[in-house]
Design a protein around this ligand. Sequence first.
Ligand SMILES: Nc1ncnc2c1ncn2[C@@H]1O[C@H](COP(=O)(O)OP(=O)(O)OP(=O)(O)O)[C@@H](O)[C@H]1O
Ligand SMILES: [Mg+2]
Length: 111
Amino acid sequence: MKLVIAYIRPEQLTQVKQALYAEGFYSISVTNILGSGRQKGFTETYRGVPMEVNLLKKVRIELGLPADRADVALALIRESAQTGKEGDGVLFVLDVAKAVRIRTGEQDILA
Ligand SMILES: Nc1ncnc2c1ncn2[C@@H]1O[C@H](COP(=O)(O)OP(=O)(O)OP(=O)(O)O)[C@@H](O)[C@H]1O
Ligand SMILES: [Mg+2]
């Protein structure tokens, strides 16, 4: 199994969620987070005045899925989260050592 972690813009969440659901990715976790990227969070302006805010509101999405589905999920997230502007976020794919469904004890078949 793999774990896909995506940091995206909060305003893209609905679109990303819909893209994932449309392709059968229903098991996801979403958290509100604060973050900064290469611009150190200093790019956003308020009425043309740069604001000294270095942590911006972002959303973190996590999906545990079969290894052969990771690239599909990655492409869906990238397409639905992209605006083309700085701050669109980043994606990570991690190897999962073990996954267990608590109710049944099933291992490594979570989707
Ligand atoms: N290397 C990283 N590790 C962990 N989180 C990251 C990393 N890079 C970005 N993030 C998260 O993603 C959010 C958005 O990052 P952002 O899109 O600005 O990345 P970037 O590398 O600066 O790309 P861009 O040049 O397109 O802005 C950050 O606020 C942070 O929450
Ligand atoms: Mg950035």
